[in-house]
Design a protein around this ligand. Structure first.
Ligand code: GDP
Length: 533
């Protein structure tokens, strides 16, 4: 086996998807605890996203170091190099989540045992499913009363239309589970009562199902219940089929409690064993690029500006797709057509940033970005010059006209707007005939506007005047004869604007207006994604 293949096989890159409050922060922290990246859980400050995602975001803003580590985290476990991609829980930031999922090879779907499948879980599940990502399910909060495990399996099937194969099964009575039974290995793990409230790794005893010691520890009633459950699962449940897991048709299911560490280690170990190594990626021309290709390639999936308020720097996060990254290397940037040096490459181990010397397919690195990278950009060895498939673009649904309150701060304002649009936080449009004094910004969720206001003030010292506009639909306009596009200006109260690549976009109140305009303007087409015209 080549050295490169050796590295690839030992890498796992995944995202945790969940509804806010299901315990994603807690689980991430516990994975780090078991990975030895932190010594006592609780040292990564939990981020509260349940109440208001903006205040949450602002809180994070104050603790930049932590927000960095929560975007992409790395740790080593049992010879594996694990990359965890964080995704914002609030639906207003789902665009960001979709882009992050482009960099993952699998997803862990975290579900609160008492609440089951919640709305945001559902949405994120469908994105993963569409991309055929293997999905591993972790039912969390088993330390307190929740729903019956059979019930939860059933819900996955009914609501998400995915079959579940429980790998481990909780033993005991709801709210007082004592351990888990591993169905693939026919072993039992019984946890000791924990006095550290989850701060330390949990001690446990392991044995086989018919080990008399284990039987005695369980007592007759629990043992019998467990045997009945297993029988039922074996009879009525699915066979385990790794092929189906890999195509996203079957989800391996685990039970545990991130807070008390119950089942966390066995989940981690099984997950690392079963989840896919870095997968091939699709290129724009439809061909597939293998991670084993010796030549370096990567794509940018996230840009974060001003991560360090003292330096006002901008970091582009990229996923390596093939070859080896070497510190100091220059690569071809497809979008600008130039060679660029990947400067200050960093990885994020718990709270620390470390400089990367070498990185391999599946790894996520952050590089210093002088303002040239955009979301979805492709980087590769100069002999490849390749372009990865396009990232999904979402037509914005909320629009506002923004301008600086203090016109003397126009420069900062413009810089902020442009940088935040490169980051993918907002989409920016320009109105014809209107100079640079104001822009139209489009977003998918209203909280993004609040973040825009907050960040412009805090990072660019520019106070905004913002006027929300009555539009809710945006379409890119296409016509063979460009003059036709001029004709739709101002029709049915719509507004014709131009995106950052000067492509015309129509903003209207509703779908009905779109049809009204279309009927009266033969030769015009409306597109939900930009077409290069
Ligand atoms: P996130 O919004 O998904 O990141 O959720 P957090 O990790 O912040 O957890 C939300 C709340 O659930 C916090 O109060 C956690 O302490 C709590 N929590 C997380 N995991 C567990 C668990 O296994 N059991 C119990 N009882 N509470 C948990």
């Amino acid at each position: 086996m080549t050295e490169l293949m050796d590295k690839i096989k030992k890498r796992r890159t995944f995202a945790i998807i969940s509804h806010p409050d299901a315990g994603k922060t807690t689980l991430t922290e516990k994975l780090l605890l078991y990975g030895g990246a932190i010594h006592l859980a609780g040292s990564v400050k939990a981020r509260k996203s349940n109440k208001h995602a903006v205040s949450d975001w602002m809180e994070i803003e104050k603790q930049r170091g932590i927000s960095v580590t929560s975007s992409v985290l790395q740790f080593d476990y049992d010879g594996f190099r694990v990359n965890i991609l964080d995704t914002p829980g609030h639906q207003d930031f789902s665009e960001d989540t979709y882009r992050t999922l482009m960099a993952a090879d699998s997803a862990v779907m975290l579900i609160d045992a008492a609440k089951g499948v919640e709305p945001q879980t559902k949405k994120l599940f469908w994105v993963c499913h569409r991309r055929r990502l293997p999905i591993f399910t972790f039912i969390n909060k088993l330390d307190r009363y929740g729903r019956n495990p059979f019930d939860l399996m059933d819900e996955l099937e009914k609501v998400l239309n995915i079959r579940a194969y429980p790998i481990n099964w909780p033993i005991g009575i709801d709210g007082h589970y004592k351990g888990v039974y591993n169905r693939l290995e026919n072993t039992i793990e019984l946890f000791e009562d924990d006095t550290s409230h989850g701060a330390n790794k949990l001690k446990s005893t392991t044995g086989s199902l018919d080990d008399p010691k284990i039987k005695e520890m369980l007592g007759d009633e629990l043992y019998e219940n467990l045997c009945n459950d297993i029988e039922l699962l074996d009879m009525a449940g699915d066979e385990f089929d790794m092929e189906k897991v890999n195509t996203g048709e079957l989800t391996p299911m685990f039970f545990g409690s991130a807070m008390t560490n119950f089942g966390v280690q066995s989940f981690l170990e099984k997950f690392l064993e079963m989840s896919p190594m870095p997968q091939p990626r699709m290129l724009q021309d439809g061909t597939i690029l293998s991670p084993e290709n010796e030549k370096f390639s990567a794509f940018v999936f996230k840009i974060q500006a001003n991560m360090n308020p003292a330096h006002r720097d901008r970091i582009s996060f990229m996923r390596i797709c093939s070859g080896v990254f070497d510190k100091g290397m220059s690569v071809y940037h497809k979008q600008s057509g130039k060679m660029v040096k990947l400067a200050q490459p960093q990885q994020f181990l718990a709270q620390e940033r470390t400089i990367v010397e070498k990185a391999y397919p599946g790894d996520i690195i952050g590089v210093f970005d002088p303002g040239i990278f955009g979301i979805g950009d492709s980087l590769s060895d100069s002999s490849l010059k390749l372009q990865f498939e396009d990232f999904p673009v979402f037509p914005p649904e909320i629009f506002a006209r923004v301008q600086p309150k203090d016109s003397l701060k126009r420069k900062q304002f413009e810089k902020g707007i442009i940088q935040l649009s490169q980051e993918g936080a907002i989409q920016v449009f320009r109105q014809e005939g209107v100079g640079l004094e104001s822009y139209i910004v489009g977003v998918v969720g209203v909280l993004q506007l609040e973040v825009l206001e907050y960040r412009l003030l805090n990072e660019y010292s520019s106070k905004l005047l913002m006027n929300q506009l009555p539009y809710s639909v945006a379409r890119w306009v296409y016509a063979e004869d460009k003059k036709l596009i001029e004709n739709i200006k101002g029709l049915d109260n719509g507004m014709l604007v131009y995106d950052k690549k000067d492509r015309p976009v129509i903003l209207v109140n509703n779908e009905w207006s779109l049809n009204w305009i279309l009927e009266r303007n033969p030769g015009i087409q409306f597109l939900t994604v930009p077409a290069d015209v």
